[in-house]
Design a binder for this molecule. Structure first.
Ligand SMILES: [Zn+2]
Length: 704
């Protein structure tokens, strides 16, 4: 059935790590193992309960083949232009064992076949993303595509390679450097420019940087303003929930298959090797900054609050080359990210594109980005920049226009429409951010979750409301009969409305679960947006097979812990603490880390753990003094607090038993919580028998 490649101890897409605060107060960091699943055959559904596309799905897919502008084939020319060499390896082993990268499992996309279980517009995007290899995109600028979710780009400096965005993990980044050295010119890496704070753009930095050269000042690492603050912080607090939701948005456990994972819009998928981060040697602080990097003139444009909280574009005036980071690639991006994230600012995004267009876009000969293929010529570059500028502004403005006339978050995705012109352009299709979830995101950003209907203000939980619906609808048999009729008519959105109620009311109702799974699957096949497709297909999978269970891999590299502030770590302990276990506890702790001059007043009161930096409690129950560098060993799990105290690495004054009390309130978050009711008691399949391995409890940080 399935074939799983076990991969390295660092998770795909993510850095995952858990913080345990158990006996001895050790803080263990664990990174999840990940899977790069393959299907055995692309002609057969990987799940024995899976179904082929229905006649209704076929109709939608065949109509799309006629109505989309397939006659515009410029993307195919652009995705092939400047080809120098294929990748040396399509499957890259991970240094820690297993597989770091596997793009071979999507090679069926190059066979020129039409798959009726993939929306043709999405399939086209995935075919283009499967045009992998090394390309010369302008004299002195080379790009490798297909080594990861992101591209790695090399600019020939005066004395060496300037790398733009060194991928998610070390192994593919190293393979990229080897490929350019082998096919173009063997040179040292003199600079790394990291466009933004998402993991797929910096995690592989150690694959291209020689530590000795860095130490000697021979390699620059250049990052946008506030980069270090955002590399870790963006996704820590709700990390476990976000990681769980990645099963949906990124379909991380769906095998690569026409019936499963068929690409991710930005590229095919994310590598799963070793992740690291290195401190910057230069932070671009100004809105616009110009300086030479290894003899190449560069103008940097900070674009905060766009695709990432910290991001920058770069213009190379002497090469007439415009690097648009991830602000403009060949997709409309997420304003709202399905795995969960704070909603982005579509209007700010639009304006930064507009500024780039006016400052650089009209004279650039080539525009390249951290995902997908470049554009050449000022006409084409202008066309894409203006269209994306307009699309983000349109999302912002038209959603608010409608909201101001009473359209709610529960209606906006059915009312909002792209302008006609933009619908007809491949470069403004919602391959990452669908118009449906982006329009809801914009509404959410300005107005929050409430549609202002008093009934939805303090609603029943679904498990409490669903039984009432089922009773009033006349019971499960009637619902299944009607659900089947709606399914047979291809009215999948209607069918899911009533079947979901039944599954919530009766989680063990097998026919209801099976029919809802079939419904989600068909609707998933119909989606043009990979995140939506994956979400429906993953939901169907869990209904049929239960939540995948897995094991724990170990050990996050020290880079990430070093990049995590003590305050963030303490804040997260407050989240990990189960308040219900802390009722009645009351104490105060001072934490002092002399080597970096920080101090924290930590308070346990009212079943809440708080901390404040820069203050100490006057009469603490316990004072801990430990260097931040030693604390990191505890954070990463290499040493326990108890051992640190015993060895004199940490000095304490007061009641040390409080650490034990505190440790007893800590909970390790489990990744396998239920999203669909009844799935945790489903026929969970065990790793050895064909199935899944997932990350352990975790914090995750990643981008997109
Ligand atoms: Zn990215």
């Amino acid at each position: 059935m399935f074939q799983y490649r076990k991969s390295a101890p660092i998770a795909a897409l993510i850095v995952t790590y858990s913080l345990t605060f158990a006996s001895g107060s050790a803080l263990a960091a664990a990174a999840g193992g990940s899977t790069l699943p393959r299907a055995e055959s692309i002609d057969k559904h990987f799940d024995p309960q899976g179904k082929p596309p229905s006649e209704h799905t076929l109709k939608i897919i065949r109509e799309a083949r006629k109505s989309f502008p397939f006659e515009d084939t410029r993307d195919y020319d652009e995705a092939s232009k400047g080809f120098i060499a294929p990748l040396n390896e399509m499957v890259i082993p991970a240094d820690g064992g297993g597989t770091a990268w596997d793009i071979e499992r999507y090679e069926w996309l190059t066979e020129g076949r039409d798959f009726d279980s993939i929306h043709p517009s999405m399939q086209r995007q995935s075919e283009l993303n499967q045009k992998t290899g090394l390309f010369e995109i302008n004299p002195g600028i080379y790009q490798i595509r297909g080594l990861d979710l992101a591209n790695i780009t090399f600019v020939r400096g005066k004395t060496g390679w300037i790398v733009f965005d060194p991928l998610t993990s070390l192994e593919p980044a190293r393979a990229g450097l080897e490929l350019i050295n082998e096919k173009v010119e063997r040179l040292p890496v003199t600079a790394v420019i990291i466009s933004h704070s998402h993991g797929d753009h910096f995690g592989g930095v150690r694959g291209v940087v020689d530590p000795e050269r860095l130490e000697a000042g021979g390699t620059e690492i250049i990052v946008p303003r506030d980069f270090e603050q955002h590399t870790i912080s963006e996704n820590v607090y709700a990390g476990n929930a976000m990681n769980r939701r990645l099963f949906y948005q990124y379909g991380v456990l769906l095998p690569a298959s026409p019936y499963g994972h068929a690409g991710q819009g930005l590229a095919q998928n994310v590598s799963a090797g070793r992740i690291g981060v290195l401190p910057a040697t230069h932070v671009v602080e100004e809105d616009i900054e110009e300086f030479d990097v290894d003899g190449i003139r560069m103008i940097f444009q900070n674009t905060p609050r766009t695709e990432a909280p910290s991001e920058m574009n770069t213009y190379l005036p002497d090469m007439k080359a415009l690097w648009m980071a991830e602000n403009v690639s060949n997709v409309i991006h997420n304003i709202y990210t399905l795995r969960g994230a704070q909603v982005r600012d579509a209007l700010a995004w639009s304006k930064y594109i507009s500024r780039a267009y006016h400052m650089f876009g009209q004279e650039a000969d080539v525009m390249f980005a951290s995902h997908s293929w470049p554009r050449w010529g000022s006409e084409r570059i202008g066309e894409v920049l203006r269209a994306q500028r307009d699309q983000y502004a349109h999302l912002n403005n038209q959603v608010l226009h409608l909201a101001n006339q009473g359209v709610t978050i529960n209606q906006i995705h059915n009312v909002y429409e792209q302008p006609d012109n933009l619908k007809q352009e491949w470069f403004t299709r919602g391959y990452h951010g669908s118009m449906e979830h982006n329009s809801r995101g914009v509404w959410m950003r300005y107005l929050g979750f409430w549609d202002a209907n008093p009934t939805t203000l303090i609603p029943l939980s679904p498990e409490d409301s669903a039984p009432l619906y089922v009773e009033m609808m006349g019971g499960s048999k009637k619902i299944i009969k009607k659900g089947q009729k709606l399914f047979d008519e291809g009215k999948y959105r209607h069918a899911q409305e009533i079947l979901t109620k039944l599954v919530w009311a009766e989680p063990d109702n097998k026919p209801a679960r099976a029919l809802l799974a079939d419904t989600w699957e068909q609707f998933g096949y119909q989606q043009e947006n990979p995140g939506l497709r994956n979400s429906f297909l993953a939901g169907a999978f869990e209904l049929r097979n239960g939540i995948p269970i897995g094991n724990t891999a170990n050990s996050l590299g020290p880079d990430m812990i070093q990049a995590m502030s003590t305050e963030l770590f303490l804040n997260f302990l407050g989240i990990r603490m189960d308040s219900r276990k802390a009722e009645g506890l009351e104490f105060s702790i001072n934490l002092i880390t002399p080597d970096n001059g920080e101090m924290f007043a930590i308070d346990m009161s009212n079943a809440t753990l708080t901390n404040v930096e820069g203050f100490l409690n006057e009469d603490p129950d316990l004072t801990i003094t430990i260097d931040r560098s030693d604390l990191e060993n505890i954070m990463i799990g290499e040493k326990s607090f108890a051992a640190s105290i015993e060895e004199g690495i940490a000095q304490t004054e007061g009641d040390v038993s409080l650490l034990k009390q505190l440790g007893a309130t800590m909970v390790n978050f489990e990744l396998g919580f239920e999203i669909v009711p009844g799935t945790s008691t489903g026929p969970q399949v065990d790793l050895e028998l064909n199935t899944f391995e997932v990350n352990d409890e975790s914090i995750q940080m990643r981008g997109e």
